[in-house]
Design a protein around this ligand. Structure first.
Ligand code: NDP
Ligand code: OXD
Length: 319
């Protein structure tokens, strides 16, 4: 770390990740990124000696067990679960995962799914299943309008990747944003203008009280008939019954879903077998331990040096 905790000893990071294999990978990655940082599993640490806590899918109340934390670090970009913990101390910084590899992975996932729908893969796949030779013409990218909800770290990069491929891209955020080559909209008042003409809609919003349930019947109705949906954000953004109804009516022609209200998606959930739904198991972009640990070590160094972290979530905004 090159820095002491302030108590004349190396800084201590405790890891609270449910999956033990993943926890061990992260421990190794932090040891490589900061050999002078003491890293240990949260349940083996002396709570009063822990400076930083890495959290992923830990039970509520976990952070409150450590009285001297300087910050909580999130293994994921989304901090909704951490901020929803009623026991998390009010002024404690919560650091989001912002990492180039995570961003690149998400842009690749979005590009993959957008190209599937753009090139009419569902129709081609159905034709193949029926042994039908059924040529379909796809428009060129410049004739296709893609909308990205959320123009943050992930959404803005995905939007730029799509624009670089020639798509017409619109983006929607909470506050006004300028992104080169993207038509930008913000706030509830501009949502309808954003959605108009969007043939493939990608959700990369954080989960907050304002965004929960945003992917619902009124939003689907504001898209052109036969639009496609890609939700790589959170399951709670989607009103599941509204999607099923929109698919049944043809208002939505297909959906790719990566995040779900219940994960793992229960075996009897209708999404698994729906012919117009692609399910991926929350893999749109996985945080890679090596680069993720480097990003978080940089944040810990800033905090130990008395500087403001770059990627602290805002408690007021909820993301
Ligand atoms: P950021 O915080 O960087 O960006 C969030 C964007 O959403 C910002 O542009 C923000 O607007 C916008 N936004 C927030 N609230 C609203 C609102 N009420 N109305 C309109 N726009 C809003 O987040 P990231 O890009 O890093 O991550 C986004 C989400 O992606 C994460 O929260 C997580 O849920 C999901 N994710 C999913 C993964 C997966 O594998 N499926 C992997 C990683 C993340 P503004 O610019 O004005 O602040
Ligand atoms: C997430 C992540 O927030 O995996 O979903 O980073």
């Amino acid at each position: 770390m090159n820095r002491q905790s302030g108590a004349g000893r190396p800084a201590v990071l405790a890891i609270a990740i449910g999956d033990p294999v993943r926890a061990a990978e992260w421990r190794d990655a932090f040891a490589a990124a900061a050999p002078d940082l003491a890293v240990l599993p949260a349940d083996e640490a002396d709570p009063a000696a822990v400076d930083f806590l890495l959290l992923w899918r830990a039970p509520p109340g976990t952070a409150a067990r450590f009285p001297r934390l300087k910050a909580v670090l999130s293994l994921g970009a989304g901090v909704d679960a951490i901020l929803a913990d009623p026991a998390i101390p009010a002024g404690l910084p919560v650091i989001r995962m912002v990492d180039e590899a995570l961003t690149q992975g998400m842009s690749e996932y979005v590009l993959w799914q957008v190209l599937r729908y753009h090139r009419r893969e569902p129709e081609l796949a159905a034709a193949q299943r029926g042994r039908r030779w059924a040529p379909v013409a796809a428009p060129l990218a410049g004739e296709r309008c893609v909308g990205i909800m959320g123009l943050g770290e992930l959404g803005a990069a995905a939007a730029c990747r799509l624009a670089a491929c020639g798509f017409r891209v619109k983006g929607w955020s909470r506050s006004a944003r300028e992104v080169a080559g993207i038509a930008t909209f913000h706030g509830p008042a501009q949502l309808a203008a954003f959605l108009a003409g969007v043939e493939i809609l990608v959700c990369l919003l954080p989960l907050t009280p304002e965004t929960a349930g945003v992917l619902s019947a009124p939003l689907f109705a504001a898209l052109p008939r036969g639009a496609f949906l890609v939700n790589a954000a959170r399951g709670e953004h989607l009103v599941e019954a509204d999607l099923l109804a929109a698919l049944a009516s043809g208002q939505i022609a297909g959906a790719t879903l990566d995040a779900f209200r219940a994960e793992p998606l229960p075996p009897d959930h209708p999404f698994w077998s729906h012919p117009a739904i692609i399910v991926t198991p929350h893999i749109a972009s996985l945080t890679r331990p090596a680069s993720g640990a480097r990003s978080l070590v940089a944040e810990m160094r800033r905090i130990l040096a008395g500087d403001a972290p770059l990627h602290a979530a805002s408690r007021d905004r909820g993301y």
